[in-house]
Write a protein that binds this ligand. Structure first.
Ligand code: SAM
Length: 326
């Protein structure tokens, strides 16, 4: 990807949908190295900005789009209707990639894209409960048919479990204070009530920081509600297995927990022998299955960050499946 030519960033601006601009669009499409007759998977359809750009490059090829949010599927299916049966929409958790594709007799694909996290419509639709800036029930489910909501965590989990997710998924240093305030103030019904409780739990100096005081707690609860990190690990494993030789895996992450998982996953598949260094000969026989397309993550340009501040923390990592014989 080091050879990416930013002078060709002219033709993808049309993929902006009502102010929702797909992140690292040109870079991720380039990363997929799309063959017009190939088979591609967008595991995070959202508003369909990336899917649209992929579909436009296909001639004889197919695109399978996953999202576990029914509303995302409906809105994007409408928007991308002009592509007809070139695109198949699949309402499913992306950890089910193998099962869902096998059911459709697809056993190998030429590229997989993931653009993780919540979508702009999910954040902007206050009633979904993802945002700490509007009054809504504590929901945060990407899949509204799933059972657990943010309210279950906030109102039913015990102190230790809440503290643990705040530390692990929010990297929130005030996790113990926030967790104990939450437990002491139950029942908590809305996002605004939760935000107030978080603010009360924090020391004054933390409230003066640039970042919103509730950001980390909301991130932690959202990750737990949607089981985001385990789903990512499972989808990476399953996705890599069905990539055809030369097929590309392109993943856009938005925080360090996701990026660490993707980085570690790619490194583990790029490595060959994992025997201890003092072994005279390899006994594990491990062969690499992926190679780096770019060793370093690809980041948004200053121009993209200015046009779309939500892209600020995005990182794109790209790897290629190694063909038979390496
Ligand atoms: C950042 S948005 C994708 C935006 C999209 N690339 C676009 O151009 O509009 C992420 C989407 O992935 C979906 N998603 C997140 N985790 C998922 C999972 N485990 N399975 C299926 N969909 C998931 C969310 O519901 C959301 O719609």
């Amino acid at each position: 990807m080091t050879g990416y030519d930013r002078s060709s960033e002219h033709d993808l601006s049309s993929h902006e949908v009502a102010g929702h601009i797909p992140v690292l669009l040109q870079e991720s499409i380039e990363a997929l190295n799309i063959r017009p007759d190939g088979t591609y998977v967008d595991l995070t359809l959202g508003r369909g900005g990336h899917s649209e750009a992929i579909a436009e490059k296909l001639d004889g090829g197919r695109l399978f789009c996953f999202d576990k949010d029914e509303e995302a599927i409906e809105a994007a299916a409408d928007r991308l209707a002009r592509f007809g049966d070139k695109i198949t929409f699949i309402k499913s958790d992306f950890r089910e990639i193998s099962k869902q594709l096998e059911q459709r007799e697809v056993h190998q694909v030429d590229g997989i894209l993931m653009d993780l996290g919540v979508s702009s419509p999910q954040l902007d639709n206050v009633e979904r409960g993802f945002s700490y800036t509007g009054e809504a029930p504590l929901d945060m489910r990407m899949d509204r048919q799933s059972v657990m909501t943010a309210s279950d965590i906030v109102n039913n989990w015990d102190y230790e479990d809440i503290k643990k997710i705040l530390y692990e998924y929010g990297e929130e240093r005030y996790a113990p204070r926030i967790a104990s305030r939450i437990v002491a103030n139950r029942p908590i019904r809305t996002t605004t009530e939760l935000t107030e409780i978080i603010k009360e739990a924090m020391p004054a100096k933390a409230l003066r920081e640039k970042q919103h005081p509730a950001k980390r707690t909301f991130q932690a609860i959202r990750i737990a509600v949607n089981d985001e990190l385990k789903a990512l690990e499972e989808a990476l494993e399953a996705g890599e297995r069905i990539l055809a030789p030369g097929g590309r895996l392109a993943v856009i992450t938005f925080h360090s927990l996701e990026d660490k998982i993707v980085k570690r996953f790619i490194s583990s598949k790029v490595k060959s022998c994992e025997c201890p260094p003092d072994f005279p000969v390899c006994v594990c026989g491990k062969k690499p299955t992926l190679k780096h397309v770019s060793r370093k993550p690809i980041l948004p340009t200053e121009g993209e960050i200015t046009a779309n501040p939500r892209s600020r923390s995005a990182k794109l990592r790209v790897a290629e499946k190694i063909g038979l014989g390496g």
